[in-house]
Design a protein around this ligand. Sequence first.
Ligand code: G6P
Length: 367
Amino acid sequence: LLVDKGNHRHFMEKEIHEQPEVTGQTLAHYLDFANGGYKELDSAIDFKNIDRLYISACGTAYLAGQIAKYWFERYARLPVDSDVASEFRYREMPLDKRSAALFVSQSGETADTLASLRYCKGAGLAIGSIVNVRESTIARESDGIYPTLAGPEIGVASTKAFTCQLSIFASLVVRAALERGTVSAEEGAQLVRSLSEVPRLIKEALKLEGEIAELGRELSEVNHVLYLGRDTSYPLAMEGALKLKEISYIHAEGYAAGELKHGPIALIDKQMPVVVIAPFDKIYEKTASNMQEVAARGGRIILITDEKGAAHTSLDGIKTIIMPNMSEFVTPIVYALPIQMLAYHTAVAMGTDVDQPRNLAKSVTVE
Ligand code: G6P
């Protein structure tokens, strides 16, 4: 495999910067931008005739599935069970007969994900997989695959595979919602239009790299970071924490903002940075009040939001990253960029081995 870093210091940096292009390719593969619909590609999953969808995966791919759960349930009214594959495979759960299973894996070789696939196959469910490697074991054992067109991902910490996984999920959600009749053709076309904006929005987000690098230098001095979010920003908060711990070795936790008062608030003091992911949506005010609780205890807030969200906060000493305006549907894809860049620049400031962090493997083929 011959892939080089080009002008970039690390593969991870290169892969972060490839995201406008690769998400664009992936979305265009599944969606018909001209007609505001989806392409009639073979689908292992018949979304119209199932009552439940099981999604399992590991690591970052699992968090893509967690975001997809919100989307499928909201737009396609399809209940989703999203699990960490190492739990799913041993949980001995009864599987709904009118259901299908979807597995997410960049490498297509992760042992626990493969075992979960075989468990569902044994129960006779239709099996689809979202993979970046078409010749992988998970791809081969699936009834159908949804390839991510991310190209080879070399950095151990997943970046472009994640946003491409989300791009496929979003496209499948549009398809499922239209097939199930839970959105009108016009609403479906609106969702497709908002997805067509993703590559441009990611490009805009990349322009924030300079200011994010500065925040990364500040984070490189701390021992703990808390990430908070609600709705689809909650799994994204977990992804932010995962990225940071993977490559900078700083302890980080991602929490549902509403759970703050059930534990993590005890950790807040003047040393504690809290990254809040909060686009200005219908639950913004709820997250804003959690932010106030953090500020009242001296916590150092980094708020990732948009212009409206920034205008609605008047807390002292808060650092704000202002994202471009976008439809609520696509925020988890585009807001992945600042959290990836924040982890990356923190790790660079610390001088860690960003592409090959200690103790981690790109592909985990053993249990
Ligand atoms: C490893 C990698 C992660 C990845 C996870 C799942 O832990 O370091 O970046 O998210 O495996 O890998 P997969 O290939 O199944 O997506």
